[in-house]
Design a protein. Structure first.
Ligand SMILES: [Ca+2]
Ligand SMILES: [Ca+2]
Length: 325
């Protein structure tokens, strides 16, 4: 009798593991093959051999790029080299990248930059906020950008007990930002288990010096985050759920869900087109190839554009209001 119970339990556990692994392969688009596309206006930008994780473009056309991310379970091309922030002027005919100098008081040796976001103050000063993972922790670094000197002056390191496994931020005030947490656990084995079991325990956090709070939760792995042109909606990419969430921003910084758009690809960082309000998303077509990196058969990537989800969201809100009237 005892043996029967043990065998039954073992069978149930094996069945659960099997079902979870199949579901995880599906969530990773593990069978997806990438068809190369000829892009006549696409050029390789030299100097970013250690990868480019996130990009943020100023209205002037100057773009910041974070490079050299070391992330658990992901390929890394320069383990011994610290990360850097590069600048690129998109107004140039053949844009090139230039590494920005960082002020000496900042610990550059442990710099591990991830998501970035810019904020332009009323006096036109440009601030760059960078998610950093020094010694496997999560901090947000605030820099002042000095355009003439092509340099970043480090102003502040922001830490908080809720700022864990931070992926990306969107800065909406001199000291106010939303941040995404991409994993609940910090131990690598537990992160793998969390993904396979599809625990949706990650969240979006609001940070200000006076108040820090979780404003949206239930994401498999909250990743890229940005804001609509009218600053009324926040867009959040859930990379494992392959979707983008539209959330309404309230005066007290709370967020409420409006809609979710499935993209069928693993959505990473987001950017909003300054002219149309459309969302541009950097995506991973096959995450399994990313985890099991093979230079002979690279994972590839794709860019997806979604027409202004903000205006779609407004339409839906109108529809909901009309339905209830
Ligand atoms: Ca970003
Ligand atoms: Ca990201």
């Amino acid at each position: 009798m005892g043996k029967l119970v043990v065998l039954t339990l073992l069978g149930a556990v094996l069945a659960l593991i099997g079902e979870r692994l199949v579901a995880f392969r599906r969530a990773c688009n593990a069978s997806q093959e990438v068809e190369p596309v000829e892009l006549p206006n696409c050029h390789l930008i030299e100097g970013l051999e250690n990868g480019s994780e996130d990009i943020d473009i100023l209205p002037s056309g100057l773009a910041f790029i974070s490079s050299g991310l070391k992330y658990p379970g992901m390929p890394n091309f320069a383990l011994d080299e610290p990360g850097q922030i590069f600048l690129m002027d998109l107004n140039e005919q053949n844009p090139r990248v230039q590494a920005l100098n960082i002020s000496d008081d900042f610990d550059k040796a442990s710099f591990n930059p991830h998501g970035i976001s810019t904020f332009i103050d009323k006096d036109h000063t440009v601030y760059l906020y960078v998610v950093n993972h020094p010694h496997k922790k999560s901090t947000v670094e605030k820099f002042k950008f000095e355009e003439e000197k092509r340099s970043l002056i480090h102003l502040k390191t922001i830490t908080h007990e809720l700022l864990i496994s931070v992926n990306d931020i969107v800065v909406l005030g001199p000291e106010q930002f939303y941040a995404t947490r991409d994993h609940y656990f910090t131990n690598f084995f537990m992160i793998v288990l969390e993904m396979i079991m599809d625990l949706r325990w990650t969240y979006v956090l609001f940070y200000s010096p006076r108040e820090v709070k979780v404003v949206a939760e239930g994401f498999g792995s909250a990743n890229g985050i940005t804001v609509s042109l009218d600053q009324k909606y926040i867009y959040v990419a859930d990379v494992l759920a392959q979707n983008i969430h539209v959330l309404k921003k309230h005066d007290n910084w709370d967020l409420t869900p409006v809609k979710v758009t499935q993209l069928g690809t693993l959505v990473d960082n987001l950017a909003v087109d300054p002219d149309t309000g459309d969302i541009w998303a950097g995506c991973h077509p096959n995450a399994m190839k990313l985890f099991l990196y093979n230079a002979e058969d690279p994972p590839g990537s794709e860019v997806s554009s979604s027409s202004s989800l903000s205006s779609q969201a407004k339409l839906q809100e109108q529809f909901v209001e009309e339905t209830w009237e």
